[in-house]
Design a protein around this ligand. Sequence first.
Ligand SMILES: Cc1cc2nc3c(=O)[nH]c(=O)nc-3n(C[C@H](O)[C@H](O)[C@H](O)COP(=O)(O)OP(=O)(O)OC[C@H]3O[C@@H](n4cnc5c(N)ncnc54)[C@H](O)[C@@H]3O)c2cc1C
Length: 379
Amino acid sequence: MYFEFTEEQLMIQEAAREFAQTELKPGVIERDEHQKFPAEQIKKLGELGFLGMMVPEAHGGSGMDTISYVLAMEELSKIDASASVVVSVNNSLVCFGLEKYGTEAQKQKYLVPLAKGEKIGAFCLSEPEAGSDATSQRTIAIDMGDHYLLNGVKNWITNGSSASTYIVMAQTDAAKRHNGINALIVERGMPGFTVGAKENKLGIRGSDTHSLMFTDVKVPKENRIGEEGFGFKFAMSTLDGGRIGIASQALGIASGAYELALQYSKERKAFGKTIADLQATQFKLADMATEIEAARLLCLKAAWLKDKGLPYAQASSMAKLFASEVAMRVTIEAVQIHGGYGFVKEYHVERLMRDAKITQIYEGTSEIQRIVISREVLK
Ligand SMILES: Cc1cc2nc3c(=O)[nH]c(=O)nc-3n(C[C@H](O)[C@H](O)[C@H](O)COP(=O)(O)OP(=O)(O)OC[C@H]3O[C@@H](n4cnc5c(N)ncnc54)[C@H](O)[C@@H]3O)c2cc1C
C-alpha cells in the first residue's frame, strides 16, 4: 500500500488550488450574499476540463481518475462550495451516468457537450413528497409508443435554471413500484417544461436550486437511459459515485475552514500571546486536523475502489457520512477560534459553516447513509 499521488494527480490538485485562489476567491462573499450563480467561473472550469473529469477523451472528457476528482473537489470546495457542487453534479450524477449507461447516440448528443463544459447538467430525483424515500415518485412518464408523456414536479434541483440537460426519474408502471421507474433525458426548452423560482437558502447560496414543472412534456423514447424500468437502479448507482463528490466537497469545506483557523490562531493575540499558544486552541486544532485526515482517507479509499472497478457503495456512503459530519464539527470550531470575527462574512468561516450543513442532507441524508452502511455490514 502506497500513500502517494502520481505526478498527474498532483498537477490536477495544484491546478484546482490555483483556480480556487485566483478565480473563485475574489467575489465569493458577494456571490453568497446575492445568491449569484458563478457562471463565468463554471465556464472557465469547463474549459479547463473540470466538468467532465472522468469521461474518456473520446467523449469530450479529460480521462482522469476518481482520485484526481477527489483532490480537485477538495481544493475547489475550500473556497467556494457553490461552485464545487456544480462540478460534483455535472461530473458524478450526470456525466458518469451517461458514460456508464447511455447509448452511443445519447453520448454523442448529450454527454460530449456536458463533458466539455459547453453545457451543464442536472439530476432530478427529489420531489415534494419523495426525498429520502425516492421510490415514491409521483412524476409520471406515460408510455405513448414512440415517446413518453411526462407530468409532475421535481424540487431542490441543483443547476435548476443553469442546466440545459436534465436527467429526470419518473414512474411509468406504478404496479412495478421502483422497477417501473424510468430515467429520461429532458432538454431545456422542450414544450411543457418550466423552471420554478430559485430557493433562498442557508448555504451554497450561489448554487441555483429550483423546482421543475413538467406538463405533458413529450420525451422521445430514445432519450430513456437503459432498459424500461431501469431508472431507479440508474439513480442509485449514480448516487453511489455522487457521494464521493459530496464527501470530497465536505472534506474541502472542513479543510478550508481549518486552514483559516490555523492561520488566524497564529495571528490573534490574547493575554499577551497568540491564541495558538493556548492549549485549548491547540487541542481544537489537533482534533480538526485528525478528523480531516480521516475523512480524506475515506474519500480516497472510495475513489480508489471505484478506479479499480471494485464495489464502492459502502465506502462512498462511509466517506460521505463521516466527511459531512466532520465538515459540520470543524467549521463550528473554526468560527469559535475566530471569536467575534468568525461571525462576520469577511473572515469566510461563517459561510463555510453554513455551506457544511447541506453535505449532511443532499445525495442522501446522514440517516440514509447509516441505512446503506448498516445494510452492507449486516449482509
Ligand atoms: C440545496 C439542495 C440541493 C439539492 N439538489 C438536489 C438535486 O440536484 N437533485 C435531487 O434529486 N435532489 C436534490 N436535493 C434533494 C435532497 O437530496 C433531499 O432534500 C434529501 O434527499 C432529503 O429529502 P427530504 O428533503 O425530502 O427529507 P425527508 O426525506 O423528508 O427527511 C426528513 C428527515 O427524516 C429523516 N428520515 C427520512 N427517512 C428516514 C429513515 N428511513 N430512517 C431514518 N431517518 C429518516 C431524514 O434523514 C431527515 O432527517 C437537494 C436538496 C437541497 C436542500
